[in-house]
Write a protein that binds this ligand. Structure first.
Ligand code: HEM
Ligand code: HEM
Length: 219
């Protein structure tokens, strides 16, 4: 706080900052409304998907520290940073550190699979949403036999029991959707642990920097 202003620099642009906190709200809203409240679920999920797509484009054309080339590093750099974190002597970076950069990619990928499997499920179940007509039962026809443990055709499955029986495509997409929700949650847990660990080691509140956009210049 009592450091001169010049020791700070603008790192995160408004798209990254506003996008991040919109993502956090969108993700948890989608998570909490997944079981019922489908209308809210759908729109929260679309917000997350829109952010992810925008962020991927911004990773190529955005401001300096928003670009993938600024923070995507090899496994050696990631391990080196994590080792430094463990010994309390991790190198300070202006933008994302190498481990944080790997986490950004993992989070974006996991969110992409979560949202696109949700949209595909919606298309197959209700023939609605942005993938309606693009992803259909037929899309999965070539692998439906393999997916059906009993080897029955999806039509036969439909006839069994009362109410709506799930087709192989629905079962697959629902499985992927749910699995990636949990993958994302696990990554978010690691992400938060990383933010706390790096904040402690570098003696800088990184969550606040994601609000103000400003970070202390690395030594
Ligand atoms: C209250 C909870 C959260 C806090 C305090 C937080 C904090 C942060 C911080 C400090 C950064 C910058 C890391 C750095 O300095 O290198 C960051 C980046 C990021 N976080 Fe979070 N985060 C939270 C929740 C989430 C959630 C729930 C998600 C995803 C579902 C997420 C996804 C991301 C992504 C994708 C980035 C990269 C930002 C970019 O480069 O555009 N965060 N977060
Ligand atoms: C990051 C964003 C998202 C998260 C965290 C999320 C999470 C969830 C969760 C927790 C469930 C409940 C699973 C269960 O019943 O155990 C669910 C179901 C579902 N989600 Fe998502 N979802 C997201 C995005 C989307 C999107 C964009 C769509 C497309 C419209 C979508 C469509 C669905 C559908 C159709 C179901 C099944 C609802 C049902 O039949 O009960 N999701 N999601």
């Amino acid at each position: 706080m009592d450091q001169p202003r010049s020791q700070f620099q603008a790192v995160w642009d408004p798209l990254v900052r506003i996008g991040h906190w919109t993502l956090v709200i969108g993700f948890f809203t989608a998570y909490l409304s997944g079981d019922d409240l489908f209308n809210i679920h759908k729109w929260a999920g679309y917000v997350v998907a829109a952010y992810v797509l925008t962020r991927v484009v911004w990773g190529f054309v955005g401001t300096r520290h928003a670009r993938f080339t600024d923070f995507v590093r090899g496994p050696g750099a990631v391990l080196g940073y994590l080792r430094g974190l463990a010994s309390g002597k991790a190198k300070d970076y202006a933008g994302h550190n190498p481990a944080g950069g790997a986490m950004v990619i993992a989070l974006l990928f996991s969110l992409l699979v979560t949202t696109s499997s949700g949209m595909a499920l919606y298309a197959v179940e209700d023939n609605a949403g942005p993938l309606a007509g693009i992803v259909t039962e037929q899309t999965f026809a070539p692998i439906a036999g393999m997916l059906n443990e009993s080897g029955e055709k999806p039509e036969e499955e439909h006839e069994r029991g009362s109410g709506h029986e799930e087709s192989a495509a629905e079962e697959l997409l629902e499985g992927v959707h749910k699995a990636f929700v949990y993958v994302t949650l696990a990554l978010v847990g690691l992400h938060l642990a990383g933010v706390v660990a790096s904040s402690l080691v570098h003696k800088e509140n990184l969550a606040r920097a994601m609000v103000t956009g400003r970070k202390r210049r690395p030594d």
